[in-house]
Every structure is written in structure tokens, then in C-alpha cells.
Write a protein that binds this ligand. Structure first.
Ligand SMILES: [Zn+2]
Ligand SMILES: [Zn+2]
Length: 341
């Protein structure tokens, strides 16, 4: 089978690899679509702290089951599925307490172990989830990032986000799906910000009408106008930038939860005095749990979220080099790029 490997930064190779053997508790899929994620782009430049070359990327993957091991249950050959790319130890402190998304020995498939940039891919059957019948494979890959949003919302509002006013800083894919998750899970009002008119336009197309360009509009004033004097009840920082986190720390009312969703590549200078004095809670969030996938798939099936609009480009997976070069050259005018297999 064909398999695409990132041999070294900015250098892809197409391999002729053996088709994976389907293990006893595994499912083998014919891969149909793979999404390119921000972390893949960092890896492409050789700048991801936890991904090193050579690596077969592809953690946002959808396909069709072609073989099931004798010990795999709950799925059938022919099922259209999406991958939850987490290999966890099951025995560490976090795993034992149910927080396996932060397993001490976590391996993300496509990041620390081979991902699905290939014609066939095998993984434990309990890592595959059926995608809604009316969602195509390309849209199905976005269940992975949507689950990141669902988990982030639960981290920010463990008692439920119903009736709350939510500010999402950053309208990239993760910011967008975090805002859509909050709305689908019952938030009263959502504001999403960016400096890219293109990304804000996509957010509006997804029904997030309070999409604000912070290069042109004073966010504090806008928020007071939309949310009233008490502002946001919970804030999601999805830009991984110094400007983004400081905006959150400046604008949050006292006592608010600020969820750090963005993946920071660099250390940033933040005003910790505000965290102490205003009694903020800074909360991290990583990936998702099984139940977040279940919720994300239900939200997509019930049409509470629009994922298809986020797909701006597609390339055959053999043309991965072209796909990444396109992203490189069009930073502000691409959202989700899908590799078709
Ligand atoms: Zn991702
Ligand atoms: Zn563990």
C-alpha cells in the first residue's frame, strides 16, 4: 500500500509499505480522508516539541472498516468510522482516575506513533467511532477537532455551559469548533474573535454571528455591548499567542475561568498579578475522552454544528507536499485542508 512519511522537515516521501495486519482486538480501515492539523504543520517545519521525523502523520482520519479482529466488538465490516488517536497505558495515576487523555505515557497516533496517512490503517477497535450517515468522510475527520472543543467546554464549565456567555479568542479550526461546541451545548451567547477576515467570515457562515475583528474593533466595548457590564462567564484562549492570553487576562471579570486551548510553541510574558488579584482560574485542556467523541458525533448528527464549511481545500494524500506548500503560502486564507486517500 501507499504510505506518506515526513522523512525530515518539509520533505515527504511516498513509501510502498506492507498492508497492516489486523490484530485480534483491532479494526483495519481503508482510509478515505485525513485532516491536516496545526500540530502537523508545526511538525512539517520541524518545530513541534513532541513530534520528530521521520513520522507518518494523520491523526484526524476517517475511513471504512474492511477487517475486524476476532476479539473486536461493537463494529462491523463496512462501517464508516473516525479514529480517536490516543494510545494510553491504562495503569498510571491519571488513567486509573479516568483522565487517560493526560496519561503519563500517552502516545498520539500520527504524532508519536504512525498515523493514518496511508491507504490502510489498523488500530484498536475501541478507537473507532461510527460517523453519522449523512456526513461524508472529509467532514467525518473534523469529529476529532470538534471533540477537542467539546472537552475544552467541559473543562471551562464543568457544571454545564447552559445559559453562559462565552468568549472565544481565535477563529482557527479549534477556536471555531470550541465556539460551536459551546453554542451546541447550550451557551446563551458566544463571541469569537480573530484578525483574519477570512476566518471570521467562515465563523459567520457556521452561524457564529458575533465574529469580531480585534484589529478593527475594541473587544472590551463590543463585549459590554453584547454581554452587558458583567462580560463573559468563561473565556477560551485559542490563539496560543501572548496577545491572546493577555487580552483574556485584561478583559475577564474577576473570578472567571480562562481555558488555555491553544498549543503554545513559545514561553509568553503574562500579567500573573491579575490572575492572583482577580482570582482567575487558568485551566488547561488536552485532547478528549471517549464521551467527548460520543457527544461530538451526536452534535454533528443532530446538525447542531457545521463542520463542512471549515473545509477550504483538498489534495490527494500523495500530494501532501503540495498541500503543505499551499498552507505555507496562504496562511490567512486556509482553514481545514483535507487529504483524500
Ligand atoms: Zn489535531
Ligand atoms: Zn496512563
Amino acid at each position: 500500500m501507499k504510505q506518506v512519511i515526513l522523512r525530515e522537515p518539509k520533505k515527504f516521501e511516498i513509501l510502498d509499505s506492507p498492508k497492516p495486519v489486523c490484530g485480534e482486538k483491532q479494526a483495519l480501515i481503508r482510509v478515505r480522508a485525513v485532516g491536516i492539523c496545526g500540530s502537523d504543520i508545526h511538525a512539517y517545519y520541524g518545530k513541534h516539541p513532541f513530534i520528530s521525523c521521520p513520522i507518518v502523520m494523520g491523526h484526524e482520519a476517517a475511513g471504512e472498516i474492511v477487517e475486524l479482529g476476532a476479539g473486536a466488538s461493537g463494529l462491523a465490516v463496512g462501517d464508516r468510522v473516525v479514529l480517536r488517536p490516543q494510545r494510553v497505558c491504562g495503569t498510571c495515576y491519571q488513567c486509573a482516575s479516568g483522565h487517560y487523555n493526560i496519561c503519563g505515557h500517552l502516545k498520539v497516533l500520527g504524532c508519536q506513533e504512525a498515523g493514518a496517512s496511508s491507504e490502510f490503517y489498523a488500530a484498536d477497535a475501541d478507537l473507532f467511532y461510527k460517523i453519522p450517515d449523512d456526513a461524508d468522510f472529509k467532514t467525518g475527520t473534523l469529529i476529532e477537532p470538534l471533540s477537542v472543543g467539546v472537552h475544552a467546554v467541559k473543562r471551562g464549565a464543568p457544571q454545564g455551559v447552559e445559559g453562559k456567555r462565552v468568549l472565544v479568542i481565535g477563529a482557527g479550526t479549534i477556536g471555531n469548533v470550541t465556539a460551536q461546541s459551546a453554542r451546541a451545548m447550550g451557551a446563551k451567547d458566544v463571541i469569537i474573535t480573530d484578525v483574519s477576515e477570512f476566518k471570521l467570515g467562515l465563523a459567520k457562515k457556521c452561524g457564529l454571528e458575533n465574529a469580531v475583528n480585534v484589529a478593527k474593533t475594541n473587544l472590551g466595548e463590543y463585549m459590554t455591548e453584547k454581554f452587558g457590564p458583567d462580560g463573559a462567564d468563561v473565556i477560551f484562549e485559542c490563539t496560543a499567542s501572548e496577545a491572546g492570553i493577555n487580552q483574556a487576562l485584561d478583559l475577564a471579570r474577576k473570578g472567571v475561568v480562562i481555558v488555555i486551548v491553544g498549543v503554545y510553541g513559545n514561553k509568553v510574558n503574562v500579567n500573573m498579578a491579575n490572575v492572583q488579584d482577580r482570582e482567575y482560574s487558568l485551566v488547561g485542556t488536552l485532547m478528549y475522552l471517549h464521551e467527548d467523541y460520543v457527544d461530538a458525533i451526536r452534535m454533528l448528527g443532530d446538525k447542531k454544528v457545521d463542520l463542512k464549511t471549515l473545509i477550504t481545500n483538498e489534495f490527494p494524500f500523495e500530494k501532501s507536499a503540495d498541500a503543505y506548500a499551499h498552507i505555507d503560502a496562504n496562511r490567512d486564507n486556509v482553514q481545514k485542508v483535507i487529504l483524500t486517500v
